[in-house]
Design a protein around this ligand. Structure first.
Ligand SMILES: NC(=O)c1ccc[n+]([C@@H]2O[C@H](COP(=O)([O-])OP(=O)(O)OC[C@H]3O[C@@H](n4cnc5c(N)ncnc54)[C@H](O)[C@@H]3O)[C@@H](O)[C@H]2O)c1
Ligand SMILES: [Zn+2]
Length: 359
């Protein structure tokens, strides 16, 4: 078991990483949730796998436990699903003292978090993330929300949970492609913040791919620490939090231009290679380091190149990214593995070369 304390301006909470749900009950009791009205919200995939167990554990501390099953997938991350949740909460007289539990991936977590942030101006919120991406990324940092009119996450709020409980065994049922996509964000954490962590990932590729419990717990813990440290310094994304967008400038463009046919983490992988190449031509990493980064990404079957797109289209799309401020392109590039910097002075030619490198 590992416990990580996250301190934010609005809340102070723990992330528990364990290889079962066994410690969930005691943590809920510790938070004073005995006998509260609690609703578990999960999607129709995760409900088949984990709802029964989580429901039975929570029922031991309260006889007012209910659940809502929402349809899975990004297409359902919208205000219709949120309305559904609001309706059920109202029908069941949920009040400000009630608790919602998000059981599932980032789609469920982001929506339940948003419902909690807005219902009665804020009710208690617990995250039980079940995808690698949600365990190392989306459940940390307090960003919640839904997609609207084709724009991702444009309606939302910053809202922190009371607890994040991670059962690493849930990764056993996660499709491998989803797991690998989560590894895109994990590799990013090593690259931007910690060379030793990147080396740890690189030397443990096999153990990570076979879900070795000790290695996986260490990995999730380290990623949670890196993400929460960055976020704690900049909760509302005014400065340093931007480094978490390493690989995302090109990644987002590719994701959108390929009509979301690739998973987010897969696009981030390609985007990180473009950003690493850019770091190489600006002489901030050497060719061996660039190769090492590529090998690590390949170790998780993530793409290092894409086809079907041309470099001008990708370049033009970079300026539509919501992180572009006053038409200045902010690029996060590496300054050695484990360090990065935000740059707005890169030459167009270098950016174009970096895009060509992934085609
Ligand atoms: N809030 C943030 O800071 C933040 C950060 C990154 C991403 N996100 C958001 O996260 C979302 C993506 O999250 P995701 O990748 O977890 O996707 P997801 O929630 O759609 O889960 C992926 C798929 O796996 C299934 N699933 C979940 N857990 C499973 C398990 N243990 N076994 C088998 N199947 C399982 C789900 O039903 C779904 O079909 C996006 O909407 C993105 O915008 C948010
Ligand atoms: Zn991402």
């Amino acid at each position: 078991m590992k416990k990580i304390n996250v301190n934010t301006t609005t809340n102070n909470y723990n992330i528990i990483i364990n290889n079962s749900f066994d410690l969930l009950q005691e943590h809920l009791i510790e938070l004073g949730l005995s006998n509260k009205k609690i609703c578990i919200i999960t999607d129709d995939n995760v409900s088949e796998l984990y709802l029964e167990e989580v429901y039975s554990i929570i029922s031991k501390i309260s006889d007012k436990v209910s659940y809502i099953i929402i349809p899975h997938g990004e297409v359902n991350k919208n205000l219709d699903t949120i309305n559904n949740i609001y309706n059920k909460l109202l029908d069941n007289k949920f009040d400000r003292d009630s608790v919602l539990v998000a059981l599932g991936g980032g789609v469920t977590g982001d929506m339940v978090g948003f419902a909690c942030a807005t219902y009665m101006r804020g009710i208690k919120f617990i995250q039980i993330p079940t995808t690698l991406l949600s365990q190392v990324d989306s459940s940390i940092g307090g960003k919640t929300g839904v997609d609207y009119k084709g724009y991702k996450n444009v309606i939302g709020a910053f809202y922190q949970p009371m607890l994040v409980y991670i059962n690493t065994m849930t990764l056993q049922t996660l499709p491998k492609r989803e797991f690998n996509a989560g590894m895109g964000e994990v590799i990013k954490h090593g690259l931007i913040a910690d060379k030793n962590y990147f080396d740890f990932i690189n030397t443990n590729i096999n153990k990570i791919n076979t879900l070795d419990n000790e290695v996986i717990q260490n990995l999730i813990a380290k990623s949670c620490i890196i993400k929460s440290e960055v976020v704690s310094q900049d909760e509302k994304e005014k400065g340093i939090r931007a480094i978490l967008n390493f690989g995302h400038t090109v990644g987002h463009a590719v994701e959108k231009l390929l009509d979301f046919k690739l998973l987010h983490g897969e696009c981030v992988a390609v985007g990180m290679i473009a950003a690493a190449y850019l770091s190489h031509i600006t002489m901030q990493i050497n060719i061996d380091e660039l190769e090492e980064i590529k090998q690590c990404i390949k170790g998780f079957d993530l793409p290092t190149k894409i086809d079907k797109l041309d470099y001008v289209t990708i370049f033009n799309d970079l300026f539509y990214d919501k992180k572009t401020i006053n038409d200045t392109l902010n690029f996060i590039i590496l300054d050695g593995i484990g360090n990065c910097e935000i740059r707005s002075d890169l030459h167009k030619q270098d950016i174009l070369s970096a895009i060509k490198y992934i085609l």
